[in-house]
Write a protein that binds this ligand. Sequence first.
Ligand SMILES: *[C@@H]1O[C@H](CO)[C@@H](O)[C@H](O)[C@H]1NC(C)=O
Ligand SMILES: *[C@@H]1O[C@H](CO)[C@@H](O)[C@H](O)[C@H]1NC(C)=O
Ligand SMILES: *[C@@H]1O[C@H](CO)[C@@H](O)[C@H](O)[C@H]1NC(C)=O
Ligand SMILES: *[C@@H]1O[C@H](CO)[C@@H](O)[C@H](O)[C@H]1NC(C)=O
Ligand SMILES: *[C@@H]1O[C@H](CO)[C@@H](O)[C@H](O)[C@H]1NC(C)=O
Ligand SMILES: *[C@@H]1O[C@H](CO)[C@@H](O)[C@H](O)[C@H]1NC(C)=O
Ligand SMILES: *[C@@H]1O[C@H](CO)[C@@H](O)[C@H](O)[C@H]1NC(C)=O
Ligand SMILES: *[C@@H]1O[C@H](CO)[C@@H](O)[C@H](O)[C@H]1NC(C)=O
Ligand SMILES: *[C@@H]1O[C@H](CO)[C@@H](O)[C@H](O)[C@H]1NC(C)=O
Length: 770
Amino acid sequence: MKLHARIASHFLVIVNGAYLIHSQTISDPASLVNNFIGTTNGGHVFPGATLPHGMIKVGMDTDSPGNHAGYDADPVFNVTGFSQLHDDGTGGSIPLSNFKIFPFLECSTFEKCPTSIASRKILRNILPNGFPDDAASPGYFATNLSNAIRVELTSTRRTALHRYTFPAGTAAPRLLVDITDDGQMSSTDPEMTIDPTTARVVGGASFAGSFGPGRYNAFTCVDFKAEGYTLGAPTEYGVWLSNFPVRGSTNLLQTYYGFVSQMGALLTFSPAPAGGTTSILVRVGVSFISSAQACANAEEEIPDFDFEGVHAANRAQWNDVLSRIQVDSAGVDSTTVTLFYSSLYRTHISPADYTGENPKWNSTEPYFDSLYCNWDTYRTLYPLMSLHDPVTFSRIVRDGDPILGEFFVKFQQQAQALNVSSTDLYNALLADAEIQSPNWNLQGRQANLWKQLGYIPQDMFDAGGANTKQVSRTLEHSFNDFAISQVAKALGKTADAKKYLKRAGNFFNVWNPNITVPGSPNIVGMMQPRFANGTFNFTDPRHCSVHDPAMATCFLNAADRDGFYEGSPLVYVPQDTAKLIELQGGVESFITRLDFLFSQDYFDVTDEPSQQIPFMYHYANRPGLSTQRSRQVIAQSFNTSTNGLPGNDGAMGSYVAWYLLGMYPLPATNQVLLSSPYFPQVSFFNPLLNVTTTIVAKGFSGNPPDGTGGNVFVKSVTVDGKTYKSNCYLDWDVFTSGALIELTLSTDITNTCGAGTVALPPSISTGGYS
Ligand SMILES: *[C@@H]1O[C@H](CO)[C@@H](O)[C@H](O)[C@H]1NC(C)=O
Ligand SMILES: *[C@@H]1O[C@H](CO)[C@@H](O)[C@H](O)[C@H]1NC(C)=O
Ligand SMILES: *[C@@H]1O[C@H](CO)[C@@H](O)[C@H](O)[C@H]1NC(C)=O
Ligand SMILES: *[C@@H]1O[C@H](CO)[C@@H](O)[C@H](O)[C@H]1NC(C)=O
Ligand SMILES: *[C@@H]1O[C@H](CO)[C@@H](O)[C@H](O)[C@H]1NC(C)=O
Ligand SMILES: *[C@@H]1O[C@H](CO)[C@@H](O)[C@H](O)[C@H]1NC(C)=O
Ligand SMILES: *[C@@H]1O[C@H](CO)[C@@H](O)[C@H](O)[C@H]1NC(C)=O
Ligand SMILES: *[C@@H]1O[C@H](CO)[C@@H](O)[C@H](O)[C@H]1NC(C)=O
Ligand SMILES: *[C@@H]1O[C@H](CO)[C@@H](O)[C@H](O)[C@H]1NC(C)=O
């Protein structure tokens, strides 16, 4: 794996006309991205070529059991093809590995080409350092196969462009199109035709989703062109079924003699006439509507098969979005800079922009799909978008109460210009809050019991969903109602704001003050399942943690009757941390419990519900402890290796980006928790507001490698030269006004948030969020 870093030379920038800051501008941040972080060991990261939020994510597929994004960096795994869609960082079934292209160097005859997945797969070339001979950067992927065929990939939004370079002397370069394999062999109703004169292959099928119910149709349109000579009509062509290419056949109907799960097209082309290498470009349009639309997409987006031009345009889009966050790398380890830009890069892979590709609409309305669970993304991903990519955020924002809340609290003034109707947005929130969805397991909530009891009881059964995850749902719905109260407040709907703020406090209806962790009697009080009659059931606080005696996974599993999802009864983050501190017996026992979570391994770095926990010492007026914990988390679990992610990527990219920037967001509020950045200076350009906000860490002297100690503790904060009200959080207005925020650092871990209650980050019970 090869990465090249380039940083533009120093120059002077004037910030707010008042300060001269010696800084660097990174003009080509794409050069600082390592696409391979998290591409083995369960990260399921997609390292191939895509635009920011591109529908096409073209990349290598391997036969790894962890090929959720197709690729695996471990060279023992064989290549099965190069497919066009994909997700990044998910669990579930293998998603979207559709329409693989595969090159054959030689087959004794057309009919003897080993076309099935098991027969055709091939190892990559392996470099002397043990890594596969693969390279990637934003918008580009390349590999050398062990048979010396070189493959390069780039993309536009709905079209992939592949280049297959066959070694000199190749007599009969052949290319396969796979219509049926999507990574999980789920296809039904395949269709395909080959045009024997142009070699165009069109086709499609119905496929299963990755997570949740429902199927989707996908279609493709594949065209071929040689570099340096006229390719001409294919010399041989035909449908292949499993391992049997049928020469001269042009569609499945001519050959479909029973159920064969693997099928597609095989084409042989003339090699370059002058000898030397043969390069064949393959343009692959995709559509979720029809193969005609796949062809139209391809012709419109890549009319001339210009690989370098498509690649350059793709990279320019990446540089546009990545360069909006600038970090000064003076005195910072280059791997930290790489970790930062790679994390920022991954926050723009999913969800994907499928606008114009919804078979149920004829509308120019933006349509994003292939979303992560909103449960994963509302905490850090969308708040990061608020900082530097609000226009894309406005095109995505269509569901998820905290996500709608995050957008509206920050961009109420701009919403109309961004085509987001505040009436529609608010009505959607109210519908979620008040109307029980007939299939609440999939969408909406179990609203009737929620309104009646103020929690989701464990022993009441309702049609429309599985009676599981009751405690987790109670905590989530409280947060949802908090987000609604924030939007109501912004809209001046005082009565609604009050009503939903009260419901936001339902969080504590499932608090049982008497439960302790076995062996740790001083850790008292837990979230617990509660019956409709008000009494509690009991779930062991170790449940869903590494110490769970039952070793339950707590993934989405309808059989789980324990009340929890992806987090133990010890892991929760309320919108009223001040009240939590009170319930836990005060600041000292709150700190003791946080320390216990880390020392006893209850903090689960692989799952989003734990993400804020390292920052929660802020609420105990001990921000230095948050700074140290969050830095220890980065040091222990995130790095630039192929195994440098502790679990599925999901929203981890945005999480790491926030931590390295020295902040943690509070979604659907105007506040962000503040620590110290890993850089002497960071700045955020918000293109919607046309403002740049800069944070300077005065006295920056590097980052402790293990995250412990160091000159990293915020002692005081000024905004535009004036002492700020808190050392622990920033209000959103500093990001809308383009402020200069200066942090004075010290080595003193006991630095506080400052004097007075306003210095502490807000909680509902201490006056709420401004
Ligand atoms: C990959 O292919 C090689 C050569 O055919 C084979 O020896 C090897 O076992 C395959 N690897 C896997 C993981 O199947
Ligand atoms: C593959 O081989 C080509 C030609 O030998 C070389 O330039 C390239 O760096 C190799 N690796 C990749 C990933 O393309
Ligand atoms: C969209 O428009 C096309 C062409 O007019 C039509 O064939 C198709 O049925 C329409 N789809 C929907 C969902 O209305
Ligand atoms: C809003 O919608 C109008 C009309 O469809 C469109 O021209 C405009 O580009 C949209 N604006 C944004 C920011 O998407
Ligand atoms: C907790 O224990 C106290 C004292 O024994 C008791 O009064 C209270 O009802 C208990 N609360 C719950 C929820 O069990
Ligand atoms: C409350 O409900 C639970 C579960 O339905 C039941 O086991 C328990 O006996 C009830 N307690 C009271 C006091 O009604
Ligand atoms: C109480 O919790 C246990 C353990 O999770 C569960 O098996 C049981 O079904 C629960 N009781 C009721 C009435 O839901
Ligand atoms: C990189 O991070 C992974 C995942 O957290 C971890 O397993 C691995 O040990 C780390 N490697 C290094 C060199 O720190
Ligand atoms: C954005 O701000 C810069 C200076 O801060 C100004 O020169 C430029 O004209 C502004 N752009 C727009 C579109 O308002």
